[in-house]
Design a protein around this ligand. Sequence first.
Ligand SMILES: C[S@@+](CC[C@H](N)C(=O)[O-])C[C@H]1O[C@@H](n2cnc3c(N)ncnc32)[C@H](O)[C@@H]1O
Ligand SMILES: [Zn+2]
Length: 372
Amino acid sequence: MTNVFLETEEGHTRLLIPRQPTKAIFYNPRMELCRDIDIASVAAFVSMQQSQRLRYIDALAGTGVRGVRMAKEVGLSVTINDWSKPAYECITRNIKLNEVEERAKAYNEDANVLLLQNRYDLVDLDPFGSPVPFLDAACKSVKKLLLVTATDTAPLCGAHTGGLRKYAAKPLNTEYHKEMATRILMGRVTRDLCKYDRAIQPLLSYSRSHFIRLIARVEKGAEKADKCMNRLGFIGHCFSCGNRVSSHNIQNIGTNCELCGAKIGIAGPLYIEPIKERRYCEQVHNELEKREQGKKKAALKLVDASMKELDVPYYYEHHALCKALKVQPSPLYSLIDALRVKGFSASRTHFSDTAFKTDAGLEEIKAILKML
Ligand SMILES: C[S@@+](CC[C@H](N)C(=O)[O-])C[C@H]1O[C@@H](n2cnc3c(N)ncnc32)[C@H](O)[C@@H]1O
Ligand SMILES: [Zn+2]
């Protein structure tokens, strides 16, 4: 049995993982960055709560790495579940290895059954592909904080069909598809929660390589849920000139581009209000600084970029714009400075190292690019 496993470490947690990759006991070392950010994010959330005795569930746990880390590195009471028997056995061994038996309990159930039978303060959904099959049960179960991963980025980004089917929203395959995917997922979570008179308050949302991660506070009340639904809207994108607009009301977008008159593509419904809370991101940043973690540097960079990012629901790829205008790209910081000098807000975005966000319109951006 021991030969089957290899011992490794994440954060302060020792971990048995399968020596050979196997679907029966899922472990992806590339998600360590996500788990490092989660540990800091949950620690920041807990430090802002009056009650420290919070119950957390990783409903789709694989080796149990997230839950065991939450028990050991944040001190939470955790439920760690996987319906695969070998995964359940691995979780049990990882709990013992880290001596967190008092705080951590392994389950071998269908995630939906467990979530429908119990309520948890913090619910973590980290599936293979889409979280949609588990969202309804998670929204019924969660009391305070929801953490959701999606790895089915193709349908969310508009590269496949499936966005409509799974997320009841239409994505468009644009240069800012990563952000569109994040906002479509947030929109779907909003609608699932609001059914139960609960509202979502996004705290930190990001996209990296193959996945999207949302961390959001959950609040109770029909009035809050109504307000939350009003944060949904649409993005209009012109594939002819690159113009983009957003509105809560689809009629405000119209059918043709205001700049060039071409037919405009419409994406949505999706979440068009801020997908992060700056004060919370600062706390996550502080937590990361305090901790020794394998991906600390990358985690700090990502949280810092998210925190400083403008709350505009799309971004512009600098090089694509310069190519369309046939101008030589200047450094991105000088474009951002020039936009600010002209009185606009502008920032980088964590979604892409070569992109920027601004409240300036496309014509204004183009005029500045030509001057640089
Ligand atoms: C992506 S892996 C989880 C990775 C893990 N959270 C981590 O951080 O390494 C998804 C897991 O969900 C489990 N799973 C899939 N459907 C399930 C269900 N309906 N109930 C419980 N577990 C399920 C799979 O066995 C798999 O181990
Ligand atoms: Zn246009």
